[in-house]
Design a binder for this molecule. Structure first.
Ligand SMILES: [Zn+2]
Length: 70
């Protein structure tokens, strides 16, 4: 039987991802992940972002997105 040191044990770390559409950080436990048929993973903070992406809106043209202000 192999013994593992405490340092080698995998730690539970919550990763904070950024929204694929608006770029805001997504709080753990909220938002959802969308996997396309070609395998690309997209994470969204809200349904508003998801629907905007589905409709093909350019995030740079929307006023409520921080990317547009840059
Ligand atoms: Zn978003």
């Amino acid at each position: 039987m192999r013994k593992f040191k405490n340092n080698n044990r995998p730690r539970l770390v919550m990763r904070i991802y950024n929204c694929s559409y608006c770029g805001r950080p997504i709080a753990p436990g909220t938002g959802f992940m969308y996997v396309k048929s070609d395998g690309t993973i997209m994470r969204f903070c809200s349904r508003k972002c998801f629907i905007s992406m589905k409709l093909g809106r350019n995030p740079r043209r929307l006023a409520w997105i921080r990317k547009a202000q840059k």
